[in-house]
Design a binder for this molecule. Sequence first.
Ligand code: FE
Ligand code: CA
Length: 535
Amino acid sequence: MDSTTRHILDLSRRGLLRGAAGLAALAAIAPARQAGAQQAFRTWPFTLGVASGDPAPDGFVLWTRLAPEPLTPDGGMPRVALPVTWEVAEDRGFARVAASGTAIARPELAHAVHVEVAGLNAARPYFYRFRSGTEVSRVGRARTAPAPGATPARLRFVTAGCQHFEHGHFTAWAHIAEEADLDFVFHYGDYIYEYRGRVPGQPGWGPRVRQHIGEETISLADYRLRYAQYRTDPDLQAAHAAHPFLPSYDDHEVDNNWAGPHSEEDGRGRHPVAVPPEVFALRKAAAFQAWYEHMPVRAAAIPRGPDITAYRRMDFGTLARVNVLDTRQFRDDQPCSDRNGQPCAEVPRPDAQMLGTTQEAWLLAGMTDSPARWNIMAQQIPMMRRLLRGGGIAMDKWDAYPAARQRLLDGMVDRRTPNPVVLSGDVHVALASTIRRRPEDAESTAVAVEFTATSATSEGDGADMTPAGEDTLRRNPDMVLYNARRGYCVSEATAAQMTTEFVTLPFVTREGAPRMTAATFTIEAGQVALRTGGG
Ligand code: FE
Ligand code: CA
């Protein structure tokens, strides 16, 4: 034990050594620490686990955060920067180390560490761990993407999201952790929910099996604590440790149904008192910073105030191109005061924006001469035509932005983009559908398929079928699945076909639910049709 370091950390934590004085004191002993000497923590600092993400052919992002007391302000850390060493090995026992280095855990980023590892071999699993002083993290498993131009035999991935902490246990994540040989987990968002903790007996949305700490999240400290609370869940930690993630966000990482500069409280309809955009921008900046701090994403996603670039593209050899999209930050406000139902006069506006002009052009550029057999749009909200009860539409989804959807579909068709596949979530039910060239015209040709993953927990146990589900299937003949249980999707693509299994759980308000299969669908490459069954 390095007693000098322990002394300084203890003093810092008591607040006796602050700011510049604390940093200077630590800097003075930094050479010793970089040489492998210890720093002292009262308790193990890797309480939030480890994660990997955004695989490339030669590497991936590694993540951890030092938080010896994860549910306290600052995670129980002194406000000083500390070195964290990392190792990547070919074997779980770390006999064959392939890369290693030192990163700095900074108080400005909640002592989160993001390492962009490069120089590794393509298309193979690696193991990783972190060390700070004498403390060692758990071991995580990551996987590099196939080399450019290579054709892997198959690609396997999970689509999941919507994990309201109060509504259920994270059993879905326990099962995802056990899924074999995943190339990645696409998280479509609603990783946290911003809502205040609901006290026992208080009525509210969904069941309540455990409680959010604190009020509705507004400040950076609020969001950090919310992520920490979610990330202390052992099932979620196990999934992160087992597979690389492709994180994105939807609305609840910031505020329910926010849209571009507009908060949910936009001064219209149900929310007559508006939060001005310049005030909402402060909340977005806090929310995006906390999202960045807790996700295994690249430095390109460090927010600049209320602006963040989270849309990005990853290729998996010639088999799949994955476009991770942002359907929140650049969209118009929801039309018709965000009230679901019959389209009002705003819906057909010709300049409707869902991705914004820059992202839309970027996406279509990536659809032009794509080298990939499967061109995946990994995004948040249903793109399929989805008529609700009474024949209305949902104002938060692509259905209420028809001009934007038409530009995208026309652009894909014009470019002859091979096998477009849309991934989505957000609606807390599992859906599978084809998307027609003109979605409002039931006679036009099908041009894409869509898999909507159900929620991991949000809305509690659910049921396989509901009256709303029967009505939805009746009104939407292209929809071949509706299931209102909790779960996720597992997809497997080869050059010839893509199979998606809809995994469901019989319950989430109790622990230990078994993994069940609600349905499996197969698409043959070159055809836009969903066939029931696998293989
Ligand atoms: Fe949700
Ligand atoms: Ca959502």
